[in-house]
Design a binder for this molecule. Sequence first.
Ligand code: ADP
Length: 485
Amino acid sequence: MDIVFAASEMFPFAKAGGLGDVMGSLPREVARRGHRVYVFLPKYKWIAKQKFGLSKELEGIVIPMGSEQETANIFSCAWNEVTVYLVDHLEYFGRDYIYGTPLGDYPDNDRRFTFFQRVVLEAMKRLRIEPDVLHAHDWQAGLLPAYLKTLYRSDPNFKKTKSMFTIHNLAYQGNFPPDSLSITGFSWDEFHYDKLEFYGKVSFMKAGLVYSDVITTVSERYAREIQTKEFGAGLEKALEIRAADIHGIVNGINPEDWDPEKDKALSKNFSKQNLSGKEACKEALQKHQRFKVNPHVPLFGFVGRLVTQKGLNLLIEVIEDMMKLSWQLVVLGTGEEKFHSALRILAARHPGQLGINITYDEKLAKEVYAGSDIFLMPSQFEPCGLGQLIAMRFGTVPLVRDVGGLADTVSEFELESGKGNGFKFSRYKSSDFLKTMNHAVEVYENRKKWLRLVKNCMESDFSWKESARRYVALYERAERKALKS
Ligand code: ADP
């Protein structure tokens, strides 16, 4: 089959979070199963021609944008068995960030990502790619399924094309004022509550949900949760209508990208047979954070966006108690200013015990994953979550809230049977979070049990194998439907 992916992130070209990781591995896994795979991505400023061996593929693709026109070029490169096409437009994508500055989203994200998507369709025509499946990811690609069913409905290039839309995070919806509709080129018929209209706005996410042939999201639990009021972010009704077409497929991680035995970012490598390198990583992390070097103090780690979704309120509430218990905590992330300042104030009070690193740093992230004992993810909601998977790969035990992908990938460690790979709590309450940490530390102090648990983590299989197989099965199912219709 010919499969085209469209997304706003793909590691190592561009990554802001889990979407980048997924795009960095899933297309390759699909290609390895014998399919022709193409990925479309905006050409951001830092995607340097030389570093990625880019060559110019197409020139002068003209796109109507409301009453104006804009022109794109396409660069391409081969990357891990996949052809990557980069949509080049200096004004839209030659900026410092993917979505916005620390002060907020770029105000013209509707234009930027409408343009991206229309170029994807026009470029496929020029390149004579007639995909069996167009696999669109998150709101930045949410209009694509809608274009296929409206403006491109009778385009022979897409005669056989079925669309799949994957929700990586329903909370980011790409909702814009009604005027945006004129930029997209859709008729006003689309501004209707059972189409693109969402509480008076044009919703790119809703477009994907309404118009795609197949909907997937990144864990089975989240697939069920988003059909409820608590997790549906207002779209639960739109999702309920599509219930029969929604599938939950858990994300994997690429074991070669996260490998404690080979990773050069670590001060010492280690494996589940020989964990002495992990102790060295803990020591290095303690030194780096200016903590007291002590192998016996429980060291907690947090890596992620510092936003409400990730449970920052809970984390900040428990820090004083954690400090009283003489534990150590390393936090790495960037996000909302109010959390930055709250964490900075706490760090000033607890030097040598609390390390706050407000930055995006992939090397330091690996040091935290490898050097911590316990990895915290007290998320309010979590579509899949990759942090807990990466932590386990590095022998760090996840302590998570029992939601979304965290619920599907972490199983409670049972002292008696020695089964399970982490700790979970259910209610979004700091007292429950702290209680679970205390329980984890009790287990931590029982070396034999702890080593069993660490091994369980390192033996858990989070490779893409099974999940990629499920995606391909859905592509094939969509293709069979296309042949019948
Ligand atoms: P989300 O996509 O909601 O941000 P995920 O857990 O799915 O969360 O994926 C987050 C990814 O981004 C992980 O690979 C994590 O290591 C990485 N990451 C998040 N914050 C940072 C940071 N400050 N520095 C380096 N990597 C980070």
